[in-house]
Design a protein around this ligand. Structure first.
Ligand code: GLN
Length: 533
């Protein structure tokens, strides 16, 4: 079986929501009973997203198999409700490393190793291998960056070659552009789209389909103009106007006939009636719509200036709210500037501290964790928020005044959080954290067990530090309990305070496995507790 490929390119500028359009097209194909997956190409020189600051590039999404990936991988997982392996996030660094490694091994003996054909071959092989290994009907490949960037050229060239090699009935190009209007009633401008398609054609790629981002539905006159200047038919131009939720984008594209068009272009027969799939998806999308009944959550973290830096946490809260018929209103609070205003946190129904790294803002997080405990406000601490909750407890309940994590204060007398022993000799920062899915044993008669209803769960991790077991005795004596562990009892995975309304810290990242319609259990329990408070 020959997998069909849909390549998504971006024009005009970044931030147009290419990831959402890619996910939406993949979703529509999945709803049409196709075995589909998504790949993200990131043309930067980082090997993976792991070493990038989330404020610059959005959240680092962790896959089941321990990849530190671009946040679009998270979008794909949430739209498709399916795990995506790390091999689906391709970077320039990975491609070049593999080519250079092969060259050193002598695999190209005699040849002058070049971008074309060696790098482009490596790119094509990587994409085709995914399609073949996973036996896919269709694979959506999103190329990051904007057409015209130097960085993405080798990738676009590889995609161009695939179209020539496999033919138009196997490879389609979808180009995402923008039609801005200067004021609300104003004319939608098509020139940026015209230019970006020209740029694409200059490197040999003729788009088959254009999805045009705009604030209001794309007017016919703009559509016609775009079609004419882009060398496509009017039916190939799709309006991708603003909708209240990203999960409504599939419907928007479906209503304009994109599924039929893709099947026709692929000369694929037998488009099935998938109304049962649609009904399920529709009810999920509807459940995510905002309602008047609100739960207010303070999210206290380090990377709050960019909403995208905690996108999975935000989404997980939305999924959890939808499950109990409420809308979670999230206020992001910078832990660095919180200090004097800690009392303001009292007005929230719940407090969440997500993951984080490093010294900056950590004191604010420790104060927050302590405030939530003292004021009996539902608290969910994730990773850093778990670790610093233990530190706060050490300081204020056990009276270890300088208790800390050695990540923050390497010489503290009370290192309640310390490096994982196997990390002590690690010197490379990239890809060396404890990553990906690990099994966790949950103890009975605990809040954790009530939440997960199981003795064994599997959750994704991303950390270098952990609870120092020497302090377990002191912490438990004062009322903190450790209700889950992993690696044969070597590490603590969940903490709770049974006397508190809802105080839960998790060493893992529950947000990465929450999906629309299937909220992750700890988020659901937290939002429920917050809504009852
Ligand atoms: N900085 C902490 C660690 O490395 C927490 C990491 C996180 O929150 N993802 O263990």
């Amino acid at each position: 079986m020959q997998t069909k490929f849909i390549f998504i390119t971006g024009g005009v500028m970044s931030g147009l929501g290419k990831g959402v359009i890619s996910s939406s097209i993949a979703k529509l194909l999945q709803l049409s009973n196709q075995k589909v997956s998504c790949v993200k190409i990131d043309p930067y020189l980082n090997y993976d997203a792991g070493t990038m600051n989330p404020i610059a590039h959005g959240e680092v999404f962790v896959t089941e198999d321990g990849g530190e990936c671009d946040m679009d991988i998270g979008n794909y997982e949430r739209f498709l409700n399916q795990n995506i392996p790390k091999s689906h996030n391709i970077t320039t660094a990975q491609i070049y490393s593999s080519v250079i490694e092969a060259e050193r091994k002598g695999e190209y003996l005699g040849a002058c190793v070049q971008i074309i054909p060696h790098v482009t071959d490596a790119i094509k092989n990587r994409i085709r291998k995914i399609a073949k290994d996973e036996n896919l009907d269709m694979l959506v490949v999103e190329c990051g960056g904007t057409v015209g960037d130097i960085e993405s050229l080798p990738f676009l060239e590889a995609l161009r070659q695939m179209r020539v090699e496999d033919g138009p009935q196997t490879v389609l190009f979808v180009h995402v552009t923008l039609a801005p209007s200067l004021d609300v009633v104003g004319e939608q401008k098509t020139k940026p789209t015209q230019h970006s398609v020209q740029e694409l054609r200059r490197i040999g790629i003729q788009p088959d389909i254009l999805t045009v981002r705009c604030t209001t539905p794309l007017q016919d006159v703009a559509k016609k103009k775009i079609a004419l200047f882009s060398n496509v038919s009017v039916n190939d131009v799709f309006s991708c106007h603003d909708v209240p939720s990203i999960f409504m984008v599939p419907q928007t594209l479906y209503d304009q006939g994109i599924v039929d068009l893709i099947f026709k272009k692929f000369a694929k027969v037998g488009l099935v009636n998938a109304s049962a799939n649609w009904d399920k998806w529709d009810s999920v999308v509807k459940s995510l719509q905002p309602v008047d009944n609100k739960v207010s959550i303070a999210m206290v973290g380090k990377y709050v200036t960019l909403a995208d830096s905690y996108v999975s946490v935000n989404q997980a809260l939305v999924h959890a709210g939808a499950k109990i018929g409420k809308t979670v209103s999230i206020e992001w609070i910078d832990s660095e500037t919180l200090n004097g205003n800690i009392e303001n946190l009292a007005k929230f129904d719940g407090i969440l501290v997500p993951g984080g790294f490093g010294v900056r803002g950590s004191e604010g997080i420790i104060k927050t964790a302590n405030f939530a405990r003292e004021k009996n406000i539902p608290y969910l601490g994730i990773c850093f928020g778990f670790q610093l909750a233990a530190v706060a407890f050490g300081r204020h309940a056990c009276n270890f005044d300088d208790a800390n994590s050695t990540e923050i204060a390497p010489t503290t007398k009370h290192p309640i959080i310390d490096l994982l022993p196997e990390q002590k000799n690690v010197s490379n920062m990239g890809g060396s954290l404890r990553l990906g899915a690990n099994q966790i044993n949950v103890k009975e008669n605990s809040l954790a067990h009530k939440i997960y209803k199981s003795n064994l769960i599997t959750k994704r991790h991303r950390h270098r530090y952990e609870i120092n077991k020497e302090y377990l005795g002191d912490l438990t004596k004062k009322g903190m309990s450790f209700s889950a562990e992993s690696d044969g009892g070597k590490r603590m995975e969940i903490l709770e305070i049974p006397s508190h309304k809802f105080y839960l810290g998790v060493q893992f990242h529950p947000e990465f496995s929450s999906r629309p319609g299937f909220p992750e259990a700890s988020f659901e329990a937290f939002v429920r507790a917050a809504s009852n408070s």
